[in-house]
Write a protein that binds this ligand. Sequence first.
Ligand SMILES: NC(=O)c1ccc[n+]([C@@H]2O[C@H](COP(=O)([O-])OP(=O)(O)OC[C@H]3O[C@@H](n4cnc5c(N)ncnc54)[C@H](OP(=O)(O)O)[C@@H]3O)[C@@H](O)[C@H]2O)c1
Length: 287
Amino acid sequence: MAQRNVVITGCSSGIGLDTAVFLAKNESKKYKVYACMRNLAKKGPLVEKAGDSLDKTLFILEMDVKSETSVNKAIKHVLDVDGRVDVLINNAGIGLMGALEHQSMETIRNIYETNYTGVVHGIRAVLPSMKKRKSGRIITVSSVGGLIGMPMNAVYCSTKFAVWGLSEALAPELNEYNINISLIEPGPVVTEFLNAVDSKGFGGAQEGDDITKSLIDKLGQMFKAIAAVSQSGEDIAKYILQAMEDESPHFHYITNESYVEMAKKKFIDVTGDKIANSSFDDFFSGK
Ligand SMILES: NC(=O)c1ccc[n+]([C@@H]2O[C@H](COP(=O)([O-])OP(=O)(O)OC[C@H]3O[C@@H](n4cnc5c(N)ncnc54)[C@H](OP(=O)(O)O)[C@@H]3O)[C@@H](O)[C@H]2O)c1
């Protein structure tokens, strides 16, 4: 069975870590996983979970997606060793919640450089060799927040919408080279991501006016309630595997049934009014 070389970004925790281990431990042993992370000092949890697969089907590489040099260096290493990247999984990302004016521009730039520019770096690094071979798959972990704008989540959603636009525009172009591009759209997943967003207290809530404070308060309550519909990193890894193996992969893979109806409402409303005219309460009750 032909080996498939898979590069995954952001594997120090969460979906990236779980996907790297899930693929490396696939019983077919056909996936050679390059699990990348920006800080190798954080490789402990991955090493532990990888167990026997470490340095057999799972290899750890340094890569900071914000740095084009770092991304190119890691991809060059894979090309030098194995001659090709079959699948790129853009997973690294950070979250941010709260009112737009409460975020510093430094924070906003950082999330763009990670969630959007980081994806651009990854795709640019693999495209020349994929185009030459006329083969490849590019899978990006986006979010339901990249399909539907979510209140108090404007900056994060906009980074993921940008990824959608980038990918949708590239898709027909890349079809000509037999390169498929897919977006994985999870709802809430129990990872460090949710903890990090929660612990930031939704961005300067104390500075807001009464309306903002009450919206942030509701958001905090909603955040606790979403535990019931949250998925695991491995749940998402299964969708990523599906996008890697489907003969004709979808462009969007919505991983959580709870958000499919919401997405359907959006996709049939060409005016965009359904979402834009929702009240905060209607939005989160799915009306
Ligand atoms: N969890 C959710 O509810 C959820 C829902 C929808 C979509 N997503 C998406 O899923 C993806 C993975 O998130 P997660 O939930 O697994 O969260 P996570 O556990 O916080 O993992 C995020 C990963 O991205 C890495 N990362 C951040 N900045 C990086 C950079 N500049 N270069 C390389 N790696 C970087 C982190 O590395 P460090 O350890 O070094 O920070 C970490 O390994 C993200 O794109 C996120 O937007 C998550």
